[in-house]
Design a protein around this ligand. Structure first.
Ligand SMILES: NC(=O)c1ccc[n+]([C@@H]2O[C@H](COP(=O)([O-])OP(=O)(O)OC[C@H]3O[C@@H](n4cnc5c(N)ncnc54)[C@H](OP(=O)(O)O)[C@@H]3O)[C@@H](O)[C@H]2O)c1
Length: 402
C-alpha cells in the first residue's frame, strides 16, 4: 500500500497533489452539500464574475460539479486533455475573483480585495499553464519499458490482432497464438513488413491443457516480456440450453489458459524486475449477465485475477492490467451466437489499455461502458441489475436460445 501511495504521489509535483486534494474535496464533499443540502434561498454561484442566486445557483452547480469531477480524474490520471483546460478554468476563477468584488462591493477597498483575490488565483492558473509537459509526459516505447518479446493469445482476429499491431508498433517482436494458422501468418507478414519486428506464429487450441503446454514449449527459448491473455469466446443463451462441451471449452479458454500461461511466464518477469501481463476481461464481468451467465462469470474471473495480481505485484517492476472492453467490433458476436450489434473499434480499445498499463489495475474502454460497469451494479439492488441486464442481452440473443 505504501509503495502504491508513493508511486501515485510521485506522478505529479506536491502543489499539484494539493490541487488534486482540493478538487476531490470539492467533487465529493462540498459540491454535493452545496447542491443537495444548502437551502436554495441562501445559495449563490459565481461564473465569470456574475453572481447567481436561488434556483439559478442550483442549476449552475451541476456544471461546477462536473468541472471538479473532471479535474479530479484528470489530475489523478494526469490526462493530456487537462492542458490547457485546467488553466483556462482556473483563469476563469481568477477573473471572477477580480471582477466580483469590484461589481458587487463598494469603494476603493473592493478594488483592493478584487486585485488580491484575482492575483492569488493567477498563481495556480500560471502553474497549470506551465505544466503542459507534465500532462503530456514523454512516452517510453514499450520495448524499452518491458523487453523484447510479446506473446499475444487470440491474435488471429479482433482485439488480439489489434494488440499485436500496437505492440509491434512499439518495437516488440511478437508471438502470435490462435487456432487459424493462415490468419496468423498473414498478420505476421504485415507486422514484419510494417514494423521490422520478428514474429513467431504458433497455431494452437488453448481450450485444451495440451494446447497451453504446446504454446509454452514453443516460447521456452524466448524472454517473454509482455503477455497478453486475450483469447476468449462467448456463448449466448440460457445456461440449460447450451452444450456442456462448449461451456467447458469456454471456461478452459477464458480462465484456465490465462492462469497457466501467467503461472509459467510471470515468475521470470519478476526475476528480471520488469514485464507486463494484460488480461482481456470485459465489462460483462462487472455484473451478472443473464443469457450470458457463464461468459460473464469467466470474465469476472479475468477482471478479478488481473486486479488482484496488480495489487500483489506493486514494487516488483511488473505491470498488470485488466482490460474491460464493452461491445467491440470483432468476430466475437458471431462466434458467440449473438445477433449483430454495434461496437467500438478494436484498435481504440487497445489504445485505452496501453495508455492505462502501468498506471492503474484495470481500464474500461469508453465513457458509456464506464458508467454501465460502475453505476448500476453499485447503486441498484442485485435483482434489478440482473433483470435489466437480461432485457438488454435478450435483444442480442436469438429467440431459440432464450
Ligand atoms: N468483442 C467484444 O464485444 C468483447 C467485449 C468484451 C471483451 N471481449 C474479450 O476480448 C477478447 C478477444 O475477443 P475479440 O472481441 O477480439 O473476439 P474475436 O474476434 O472472436 O477473437 C477471438 C480470438 O481468440 C481466438 N480463439 C478462439 N478460440 C480459441 C482457442 N480455442 N484457442 C486459441 N485461440 C482461440 C480466435 O482465434 P482462432 O479462431 O483462430 O482460434 C481469435 O483470435 C476475448 O477474451 C473476449 O472475451 C470482447
Amino acid at each position: 500500500m505504501g509503495e502504491w501511495i508513493r508511486h501515485q504521489l510521485g506522478r505529479r509535483p506536491g502543489w499539484m497533489n494539493l490541487l488534486l486534494l482540493f478538487t476531490a474535496f470539492m467533487a465529493f464533499v462540498y459540491m454535493p452539500w452545496d447542491l443537495f443540502v444548502k437551502p436554495a434561498a441562501i445559495d449563490e454561484e459565481v461564473w465569470f464574475g456574475v453572481r447567481f442566486h436561488g434556483t439559478w445557483a442550483k442549476v449552475l452547480e451541476i456544471p461546477h460539479w462536473f468541472v471538479y469531477a473532471a479535474g479530479t480524474v484528470g489530475l489523478w490520471q494526469m490526462r493530456a486533455w487537462m492542458w490547457p483546460w485546467a488553466a483556462v478554468y482556473t483563469g476563469q476563477v481568477a477573473f471572477s475573483m477580480l471582477v466580483w468584488p469590484m461589481v458587487y462591493g463598494e469603494g476603493f477597498g473592493a478594488y483592493v480585495v478584487g486585485v488580491i483575490a484575482g492575483g492569488a488565483f493567477m498563481i495556480p492558473t500560471l502553474a497549470l499553464w506551465n505544466a503542459r509537459d507534465l500532462f503530456q509526459a514523454k512516452w517510453t516505447p514499450l520495448n524499452e519499458r518491458y523487453g523484447e518479446w510479446a506473446l499475444i493469445t487470440g491474435a488471429s482476429a479482433g482485439i488480439g490482432a489489434a494488440f499485436a499491431r500496437a505492440l509491434a508498433g512499439e518495437g516488440l517482436s511478437c508471438v502470435l497464438a490462435a487456432r487459424r494458422e493462415d490468419e496468423l501468418k498473414l498478420l505476421g507478414e504485415e507486422l514484419a513488413r510494417d514494423h521490422g519486428v520478428e514474429v513467431r506464429c504458433v497455431p494452437v487450441d488453448l481450450a485444451t491443457a495440451t494446447g497451453v503446454e504446446l504454446l509454452l514449449s514453443q516460447v521456452a527459448d524466448l524472454e517473454i516480456s509482455v503477455l497478453v491473455n486475450n483469447a476468449g469466446i462467448g456463448y449466448a443463451g440460457r445456461f440449460d440450453k447450451q452444450e456442456r462441451g462448449r461451456q467447458e471449452q469456454m471456461v478452459q479458454l477464458n480462465c484456465m489458459a490465462p492462469v497457466s500461461l501467467t503461472a509459467e511466464l510471470l515468475p521470470k518477469m519478476i526475476e528480471r524486475g520488469r514485464g507486463a501481463v494484460i488480461f482481456t476481461g470485459s465489462v460483462a464481468g462487472a455484473q451478472p449477465l443473464p443469457l450470458h451467465a457463464l461468459y460473464s462469470a469467466t470474465k469476472s474471473f479475468d477482471n478479478f485475477l488481473a486486479e488482484g495480481l496488480w495489487g500483489e505485484l506493486q514494487g516488483s517492476g511488473v505491470d498488470v492490467l485488466g482490460l474491460q472492453p464493452g461491445s467491440t467490433v470483432s468476430e466475437f458476436h458471431e462466434v458467440a451466437g449473438e445477433l449483430p450489434h454495434a461496437g467500438q473499434p478494436a484498435d481504440e480499445v487497445v489504445q485505452v489499455a496501453l495508455r492505462a498499463l502501468g498506471h492503474q489495475p484495470s481500464a474500461i474502454s469508453g465513457g458509456f461502458n464506464w458508467l454501465r460497469a460502475n453505476l448500476a451494479h453499485r447503486l441498484l439492488p442485485r435483482s434489478w441489475v440482473a433483470l435489466v441486464a437480461r432485457g438488454v442481452v435478450a435483444r442480442q440473443t436469438p429467440d431459440e436460445m432464450q
